[in-house]
Structures are given as C-alpha cells and as structure tokens.
Design a protein around this ligand. Structure first.
Ligand code: FAD
Length: 372
C-alpha cells in the first residue's frame, strides 16, 4: 500500500514517521523549497493527550532530545495592565504539558525521513482513478499515484477545497500582530508561563518559550545525527486587536501601545522581524463526516482553526488515529473505505472539541477587553 501525504507541517510529518516506522510505503510532498522557507517559529503548547501522541510519532531514541528542547509550563500565568501592575494570577500544574517551538519540532520530526520527504512540490489537484486509487498532480506538471492521499496541507488546504468545497474560511472579528523576541533582559515581564497585558482595545499575550537546553547543544549530545536550528529562548507575543487589519505593516499596530510601559515597547521593538508580522485571524466552517473516498484530511486541513485552539494537539492525535487505520488496511484487518470512514468520524468529533476550545479562548479575550 502506498500513502501520499501533502504537506510537511507537524501533522503530515508525524503521520509519515508513524507509517515509516510500521513499514508502510509513504511519501510526503511539501510546496516550500526547504524547511526554513517561511515564518515558522512560534511557540505551541501541548496538553497531556497531544503530548502522548507527539511522543508516539518520535522514535524512542529521540525522546530524551524531545524532552530537552521542550519548555516547562511553570508557575503562574498572570494578567497585568499596560503599566505592568498585576491584575490577577492563575496557577497551573507544572507537569501537565510542554511548550515547543514549531520550527524546532519540525526539524525533529523530519529526522530519518530522508528520501520520503520531497520539497518544492506544490499539489495542484488530485484525480480519483477508476481502480480506487488516487493521482496527485503537482504544479510542475509531475504526478504520483497512491492508494490513499492525505491532505495535511494546512488551513488553506488545496485537498480540502477540492474534496469539501462547501467548507468556507472566514476572518474572525479580531486580528493579530504576532512575533517573538529573545527573552534575555525581558524575563521579569513573564515570571510564569504566560502574561496577558490587558487594555481597552488591545490585548498583548506574552508566552515564555524557554528551552530546557539550547536545541543545538542538546542535539549534539543526545542525537548528533539530528540537525536542530540555533534558536535562543524567546518570548512569543501576540497583540490581539478588534476589527480587520488595514495594512499588514507592523508599525501602525505598534503605535497603539506607545504609551505603554517602556519595557513592553522595548520587547516589541527588539522582535526578530523574520518571525513577526500582522495577519487576519481565520476560522473554518464546522466539519461533518462526508462520503468517504481514498482521499482524506488531517490537522488544520481537516479542521481549520485560529491560533489559541488545539490545532497542533489535534494534528498529532489525527496522525495517531489515521496511522492505526492505515496499518489495519495494510494488514487486511479492515476495508480501506470503512477504515477511513472510522477515522473521519473521530477526527470530526475531535475537531468540534478544538473549535470549542478556540471559541473559549476568544471569549476570554472579549471579557478581558470589556473589563479593561
Ligand atoms: C501563533 C500561533 C500559535 C499557535 N499555538 C498553538 C498552541 O499553543 N497549541 C496548539 O495546539 N496549536 C497552536 N497553533 C496551531 C498549530 O500551529 C496548527 O494547528 C498546526 O501547526 C497545524 O499543523 P498542520 O500540519 O495541520 O498544518 P501546517 O502546519 O499548516 O502545515 C501544512 C503544510 O502544508 C504545506 N502545503 C500547503 N499547501 C500545499 C500544497 N498545495 N502542496 C504541498 N504542500 C502544501 C504548507 O507549506 C505546510 O508546510 C498555533 C498557531 C499559530 C499561528
């Protein structure tokens, strides 16, 4: 059985690792020219279930490295006003989850994929063949056949737009400036795992991504064959604003906080510009099971969600569920379409939980705004 995965995000890579580990013929196609090609480096929080699924996708010999490059969820989260006066604090269990840098994690998840991952190949469309297989057509004119095609190509998924054209993507009535700044000199802004600065029209969320060990140093000692990026510990910041962005230029957004505490302005001014920018915040329509075919979806492609939800956690869980079903198909334990239908049903149920978590996060910000 041959599986073709479109997209080398966290979800596609996790699925590829699981399939390869189980001897399934798998190939991942990514449109970017290289793993470092675009803005990639934000912090992602994993809860217990997502973390278990992540560990299941990474070879056991790399588990010590996975732990070393994680950030702990430590001490309190706090809310402050723009002059840094504390408004409230929230305790969290230190061991309930881990933080990861998306870029570091992607590097870890490509380890060992070798020829099974190809860059610079953008899926254009797919074609369902008379024998129940699928042909993926790429923008460069090449094509490849598969028994199962998995769209793991993110929120704007080309696969989903062909498979489920009725699922729309909409801008939420908020937008964000997202970036990161090396933490050195700013530790006092974020004594726990997160700080929210709350004002009338603007919320600034600060998230701490402090690697337990610097990724390059940890890889050199624990798994010298794995190349990790030289990323310093940082503060991930998100400025959340009502309405839609008039420009994707960062400066007008930064002008809104110029009377805030100088340390907050310095934090934003010293941002790593390659990993900072302004963007609308989008959400997809709810997803329901569809008539199953040899083409399926995973991660944000299946359930496009805004940041603040459980997107990466769900992508890891999707990868685990789908891998189990693909193994069952390969081993003759279940028919292809019946197995994929089971997966899609569970994926849609989990997606509903993810939507609820994202909606709750945005309601919390609306409440903070109303109270400010
Ligand atoms: C700022 C921010 C913070 C977040 N925080 C969290 C968090 O704390 N917890 C959490 O669970 N989630 C979080 N998320 C969401 C999480 O990052 C995503 O849900 C997750 O990364 C989705 O992974 P994916 O593999 O489904 O898709 P993606 O990571 O989007 O990967 C899709 C891949 O497909 C490729 N691709 C697209 N189209 C094509 C094509 N036509 N042909 C070939 N390749 C293609 C893309 O280049 C990309 O590499 C956050 C997101 C953001 C932006």
């Amino acid at each position: 059985m041959k599986v073709v995965i479109i997209g080398a995000g966290l979800g596609g890579l996790a699925l590829a690792q699981r399939l390869l580990d189980n001897g399934i013929d798998v190939q991942v196609y990514e449109r970017d020219s290289a793993i470092e090609a675009r803005f990639q480096g934000y912090r992602i929080g994993f809860g217990t279930e997502g973390l278990d699924a992540l560990y299941g996708a990474v070879r056991p010999r790399l588990h010590p490295l996975l732990e070393a490059v994680s950030g702990r969820v430590e001490r309190t989260g706090r809310a402050v006003d723009p002059q840094l006066n504390v408004l409230g604090e929230q305790e969290r269990d230190n061991d309930e989850g881990r933080m990861y840098d998306r870029n570091v994690l992607r590097h870890l998840l490509i380890a060992g994929l070798g020829e099974h991952l190809r860059f610079d190949l953008k899926l254009d469309r797919y074609e369902e063949l008379a024998d129940g297989r699928v042909r993926a057509h790429f923008a460069d004119g090449t094509a490849v056949d598969a028994d199962v095609l998995v769209g793991a190509d993110g929120a704007g998924s080309t696969v989903r737009r062909q498979l489920l054209p009725h699922i729309g993507i909409h801008d939420l009535p908020v937008y964000g400036a997202i970036g990161r700044t090396p933490i050195a000199g700013f530790e006092h802004l974020i004594p726990g795992w997160s700080t929210v600065v709350s004002a009338k029209d603007v919320q600034l969320m600060l998230g701490r991504m402090v690697f337990q060990r610097p990724p390059v140093e940890a890889a050199a000692e624990l798994a010298p064959d794995v190349t990790l990026p030289d990323t310093p510990s940082y503060i991930r910041w998100v400025l959340l604003l009502p309405g839609a962005p008039k420009t994707l230029d960062l400066q007008p957004v930064l002008d809104l906080i110029e009377d805030w505490h100088p340390d907050l302005n310095a934090l934003i001014a010293q941002a790593d510009t390659a990993n900072s920018g302004v963007s609308p915040i989008k959400e997809g329509d709810p997803i329901e099971p569809w008539p199953t075919r040899a083409v399926t979806l995973l991660g944000d492609a299946g359930h496009p969600a805004p940041p603040g939800g459980l997107g990466a956690n769900l992508a890891m869980i999707d990868a685990e569920l789908l891998a189990d079903k693909l193994i069952a198909i390969r081993d003759g334990q279940q028919q292809k379409l019946a197995a994929l239908a089971d997966y899609e049903r569970t994926m849609c149920e989990n997606a509903a939980a993810g939507r609820a978590a994202a909606a709750q996060a945005f309601q919390n910000f609306a409440k903070l705004r109303a109270e400010a």
